[in-house]
Write a protein that binds this ligand. Structure first.
Ligand SMILES: [Zn+2]
Length: 284
């Protein structure tokens, strides 16, 4: 296997970041169990806005997400819907979520946005290994999002070998809503998807940073390009601020990324076990 994710050494004070392959993850999963990480990882402190730190709110928690949105609202940002305008007229906030794995956390983020009064667009995979867009859970989320006027877009996965047009149609059937936007799941750098998206009649929701537009994403659980509450961003009077949060990295409490992955696997296993028990019960 060639893919890897960062694993952080466990134990008190362990902060060194190292790459391990999936076998490494599997080994640690078995050998070390599901213990909470003792040390924090590279996410804390660095890239963590002073505006949030003053509140003593831990990063990548739902409380932080709510605080970020409240701060932006207080700062004069109003909600806007993708795609991002190529002009800047006031302070516009574009929220988007690539739902790569965790549909439960996606729901939590949406609920926070409803509470704060911002809208957003959620991008779904049609062939995820981790959720099923026709499941009751996904159907409930679609109803919730549509009910609140949120956007639903395609998180296009080229590796499925299914044209974007077909993927878009599948998502339309599952969500009972028109799909007009798409983002690309992994490997955007490897190909130009313009033609594919034209055939599918979807607009590429990718945000290209310009002098008017700023993009902030929590890719791999870090604000790699700066925190959304970057003071320089907030100081501008005309700006399109786009924040892309991946639900998998958000939690009730601050946890290391590797812990979150373990916790996610645990949750999925429990769900499968419960569902299997329900289905098998009918046989007896
Ligand atoms: Zn993705």
């Amino acid at each position: 296997m060639s893919y890897s994710w960062e694993q952080h050494e466990r134990g008190a004070g362990g902060k060194r970041v190292q790459d391990v392959d999936c076998d490494g993850f599997a080994t640690s999963f078995v050998a070390k169990g599901h213990k909470k990480m003792g040390g924090r990882d590279a996410r804390d402190a660095t890239n963590w806005s002073a505006l949030i730190r003053d509140f003593d709110i831990e990063p990548f928690t739902y409380a932080e997400y709510e605080a970020i949105l409240c701060r932006l609202r207080e700062n004069g940002f109003i909600s806007a819907s993708l795609p991002v305008s190529d002009k800047a007229d006031g302070k516009k906030l574009y929220l988007q979520h690539d739902v790569d794995a965790d549909i439960e956390s996606a729901r939590r983020l949406a609920e926070i946005e409803v509470d704060v009064g911002f809208t957003s667009t959620f991008f779904f995979l049609v062939g995820s290994d981790f959720y099923n867009i026709f499941s009751k859970e996904a159907q409930g989320l679609f109803s919730y999002l549509v009910g609140w006027g949120y956007g639903i877009g395609l998180h296009y996965d080229a590796s499925l070998g299914i044209p974007a047009k077909t993927q878009s149609l599948i998502l339309e059937v599952a969500s009972c809503t028109d799909i007009g936007l798409a983002t690309v799941h992994q490997g955007r750098w490897a190909r130009d998807y313009t033609e594919e998206f034209v055939k599918a009649a979807v607009i590429d929701a990718r945000v290209e940073p310009t002098e008017h537009s700023v993009y902030r994403a929590d890719s791999y659980g870090e604000w790699r390009h700066g925190h959304p509450l970057d003071l320089q961003v907030l100081a501008k009077s005309d700006i399109n601020l786009c924040i892309n949060c991946h639900p998998l990295w958000w939690n009730e409490e601050y946890e290391s990324r590797i812990f979150l992955l373990h916790e996610f696997v645990d949750r999925k296993k429990k769900q499968v076990a419960e569902s299997l028990a329900e289905n098998i019960a009918a046989l007896f």
